[in-house]
Design a protein around this ligand. Structure first.
Ligand SMILES: [Zn+2]
Length: 176
């Protein structure tokens, strides 16, 4: 004979009503009685008074502030990454010049792209941070994030760009 406790536990878990027979078992079985008490506890918790007035508004304000902060951090990170790319590009551009002056013969060691420290080290980490903050300030993050650019007022004609495209296409055709 199987225990009636398991189906009772399942039915309590999914919130289905018990049969009369099962109700009778619950009054006799300590384990099932304890289980049957849990939904009652949950219901009591759910019946707690509503949060005070203004709670939702405060929640929204807090969440919005946190979102804005996260966005700003992302912009700063992007700016730092862009600055790093610019510095790396500068290093890559200046490197070949030096190698060429050495002579026509280059060792494998020279050709190996060696990562170099950024050339602004003497300014210090604080100066770098200041620079990034200045860039962010100049970029007017809030306005840029709102998409406030006056797209409707921008009326630069596409003609020069079309001409450029056409010339490129013509050159490609001539190469073939
Ligand atoms: Zn039981």
């Amino acid at each position: 004979m199987t225990s009636p406790c398991d189906p009772i536990a399942e039915q309590l878990a999914v919130g289905e009503p018990l049969t009369d027979e099962q109700q009778a078992h619950v009054t006799r079985c300590a384990g099932c009685a304890r289980l049957a008490g849990v939904p009652g506890l949950l219901a009591a918790a759910a019946a707690d008074p509503e949060p005070g007035p203004g709670f939702a508004a405060r929640m929204q304000l807090g969440a919005r502030a946190r979102l804005a902060e996260r966005r700003r951090n992302r912009v700063i990170a992007t700016t730092v990454a862009a600055a790093a790319v610019v510095l790396a590009g500068g290093v890559a551009v200046t490197r070949p010049d030096r190698a060429v002056t050495v002579g026509a013969v280059r060792t494998l060691d020279e050709q190996e792209p060696v990562p170099q420290p950024p050339p602004v080290v003497e300014r210090g980490a604080a100066a770098g941070e200041e620079l990034v903050l200045d860039l962010v300030r100049v970029a007017d993050v809030d306005r840029a994030l709102e998409g406030a650019a006056p797209w409707g007022e921008i009326s630069e004609p596409m003609l020069p760009y079309r001409a450029l495209l056409a010339s490129r296409r013509a050159r490609k055709g001539a190469d073939r």
